[in-house]
Design a binder for this molecule. Structure first.
Ligand code: PNW
Length: 444
């Protein structure tokens, strides 16, 4: 067991649509994920987040579990349509009251609240006006951020604006696998990217005005490894690296889009570049207090001219796979962290790993879930963080994905990522063996 720095933040993460349920309660409006999950054929087994983990009603029980686990921090997301049911204008007091009560419950348990403003549940009313294709959505996000900031800034430890804008762009706007289900190629992809980044920058401004202590963002990163020595695979890997790892982070930390992305967009969708207005990049590059890194597996890349990314991503041969089929490659987390340091140097703020975890085919037998593979996963990824710190990366915390089994987007309830097992019939929670393992690990 390697040492992690003093004051290291031990967290777990969730997201509103994946756990809350109660979609028609407390004045909540509809989001793109309500629409998407209720569209036949979109989600495995026709699952929806209508009930999910019923966390909206059971948050006290869930905070008690976090306390039992020994967490020092909890990352959750705020459902924009609970706070602004129409995505604009009027704020819904009952929606804000829920997050207010959750925040107090956490603080009373000695756990720092780390809210994310947007973890994919865009108000449907805004989608009806174009969603992230519409520049106005960024202005709407600024208003929403200020309303949340006014309510929680005095108590939240760290705010994240967006969760994984790359995944929204790739799966939501280009591949159609996530809500809102668009397949728009690079033109729509780039529009969704630029408007999310602009929304982020405006929200940073709003959160600071509201008195937030620390502001950051949670991005998804994956080192791009060519599958073979062929030139085509090397080129495809370099292109995916630019889209996945630099497209969002260069504007945030350097105030400019990567040249490789600008070249690609000017070749395939030149009109999309007109969306960048003067002053946008300065807004986007507002200084951050921390960078959130969500990590799952490297991109193991084969050239694929059919894909809008020019690349096909498959598992890494010879490595253990999770139930999802994702490869377990802890050293790629070390590389992710040291690559950020190498590319951005002192422009890279302190890092928190804001998600890392694995799905496993967990079964509850005699009240117990024997998920050794998950404990090994987290131990190996904590070691990977320690290795990056030893090489100069400033990493200050680790949030396991996820606190509990939940609605895994297009996979519905078929992929379990939790430290806590959830019986989705009875809503009974059972800490898995990995929960007990992590509790000992945190206890040192
Ligand atoms: C993240 N990919 O999503 C999300 O932030 C979580 O809400 C989600 O439950 C978790 O990871 C596990 O999937 C991702 O295709 C979805 O590369 C897809 C990808 C990566 C992350």
């Amino acid at each position: 067991m390697s040492d992690l720095p003093a004051g290291f933040v031990w967290g777990a993460a969730t997201a509103a649509y994946q756990i809350e349920g109660a979609v028609a309660e407390g004045g909540r409006g509809a989001s793109v994920w309500d629409t998407f999950s209720h569209t036949a054929g979109r989600i495995k087994n026709g699952d929806t987040g209508d009930v999910a983990c019923d966390h909206f009603h059971r948050y006290k029980e869930d905070v008690a579990l976090m306390k039992e686990l020994g967490l020092t921090a909890y990352r959750f997301s705020i459902a924009w349509p609970r706070v602004q049911p129409e995505g604009r204008g009027r704020t819904n007091a009952a929606g804000l009251a829920f997050y207010d009560a959750l925040t107090d419950e956490l603080l009373n348990a000695g756990i720092q609240p780390w809210p994310t403003l947007f973890h994919w549940d865009l108000p449907q009313a805004l989608e009806d006006d174009g969603g992230w294709l519409n520049r106005d959505t960024a202005h709407r996000f600024e208003d929403y951020a200020f309303a949340v900031g006014e309510q929680l800034a005095d108590r939240a430890a760290g705010f994240m604006t967006l969760n994984e804008p790359f995944v929204v762009m790739a799966l939501g706007y280009m591949l159609g696998i996530h809500a809102p289900g668009h397949q728009l190629g690079l033109a729509g992809g780039f529009a969704s990217a630029h408007h999310q980044l602009l929304a982020h920058g405006m929200a940073v401004r709003a959160l600071r005005e509201a008195g937030a202590r620390q502001v950051g963002i949670a991005n998804n990163y994956a080192p791009a490894w060519p599958a073979t020595d062929r030139d085509a695979d090397h080129e495809a890997a370099a292109q995916l690296d630019a889209l996945h790892n630099h497209l969002f982070t260069d504007p945030l930390l350097r105030g400019q889009y990567p040249a490789a992305v600008l070249d690609l967009v000017s070749t395939h969708a030149p009109e999309a570049l007109n969306l960048i207005q003067s002053g946008d990049l300065a807004t986007i590059a507002a200084p951050l207090d921390f960078l959130g890194v969500n990590y799952y597996q490297p991109d193991h890349v084969t050239a694929d001219p059919q894909s809008p990314f020019g690349a096909k991503v498959e598992g890494v041969p010879g490595r253990e796979r999770t139930h999802f089929g994702w490869s377990v490659v802890p050293e790629a987390l070390t590389q992710t962290l040291t690559d950020l340091k190498a590319r951005y140097g002192d422009d890279c703020p302190p890092i928190y790993v804001t998600e890392s975890g694995c799905s496993q085919p967990d079964v509850l037998i005699d009240g117990r879930v024997r998920d050794e593979a998950r404990s090994r996963y987290h131990e190996a990824h904590l070691e990977a963080v320690a290795a990056a710190i030893a090489r100069g990366a400033d990493v200050r915390g680790y949030f396991a994905w996820s606190l509990m089994d939940n609605f895994e987007w297009a996979e519905g309830y078929s992929q379990r990522f939790g430290l806590v097992y959830v019986d989705f019939e009875t809503q009974e929670r059972t800490p898995k063996d990995s929960f007990h393992w992590l509790k000992r690990r945190i206890g040192g």
